[in-house]
Ligand binder design. Structure first.
Ligand code: HEC
Length: 208
């Protein structure tokens, strides 16, 4: 007999319990979602800042002394400019499957995303960003990649070796004996600006 009365009660208790859980889950999902979108904004800003800093330097020296002058400045300053852009919890760099500087080789995640981005780009010529995130305890990691495509101006140092100015070709042979970043054409997929943002989730609001 007792069982008959207990049944509905158990269902009720279970229901009440699960709504409380669902609410807690929704609150923490909202918290994660917000943290992810903030981290993504940070990643986008860091990618833009690095691109602008590098392009500013490149354009200035291309104008002043042509590719012969710009190539040595680029070579000497690219890593320095990249390091200057790092902030606490934000790592930003350029990566490519065909590096000139071996320091710009991708890690496993970046490698997989470069393959995906290049595949999409070849298919429909859209170069769009990709991102992912994961949680380890309260630490949120967001990974973000923004594609880099070759333009006409890039060919002076990344195009056909035979068409480069001899001084540029010599400089590259001397400084980058394993250079893979040549032979591109305008419109080719080149690589990506890669940003990793690490942040701690805000604590749960205290219950009154
Ligand atoms: C004046 C020569 C020059 C021009 C023009 C130039 N680059 Fe480069 N680029 C270099 C050098 C030198 C490096 C290696 C820098 C280093 O040692 O980190 C490099 C490295 C890179 C890298 C980093 C990956 C790697 O292979 O090491 C990317 C991405 C890149 N260039 C893209 C471009 C794009 C896109 C353009 C056109 C908008 C461009 N470059 C124009 C000289 C040039």
């Amino acid at each position: 007999m007792a069982r008959r009365f207990l049944g509905p009660w158990l269902v009720l208790v279970w229901f009440a319990g699960s709504t409380a859980w669902a609410q807690a889950d929704a609150a923490s999902a909202g918290k994660v979602e917000q943290a992810v979108s903030q981290a993504l904004e940070k990643a986008r800003a860091a990618a833009t800042a690095l691109t602008q800093a590098l392009m500013g330097e490149l354009m200035k020296h291309m104008r002043e002394g042509g590719p012969e002058a710009a190539v040595s400045v680029c070579s000497a300053k690219a890593q320095e400019i990249t390091k200057a852009q790092q902030q606490e919890g934000v790592l930003v760099r350029r990566v490519t499957a065909r590096p000139r500087n071996p320091q710009n080789r991708p890690d496993d995640y970046e490698q997989a995303m470069l393959v995906l981005m290049e595949h999409r780009y070849r298919k429909d010529k859209t170069a769009s960003e990709v991102s992912d995130w994961y949680l380890e305890g309260e630490t949120l990691t967001v990974r973000y990649l923004r594609p880099i495509v070759i333009g006409e101006m890039c060919l002076a140092c990344h195009g056909d070796r035979q068409r480069m100015k001899p001084a540029v070709r010599e400089f590259l042979t001397q400084h980058y004996p394993e250079d893979q970043a040549v032979g591109y054409q305008a419109g080719d997929f080149r690589g990506a600006v890669s940003v990793t943002v690490k942040t701690t989730l805000p604590p749960e609001p205290q219950k009154p």
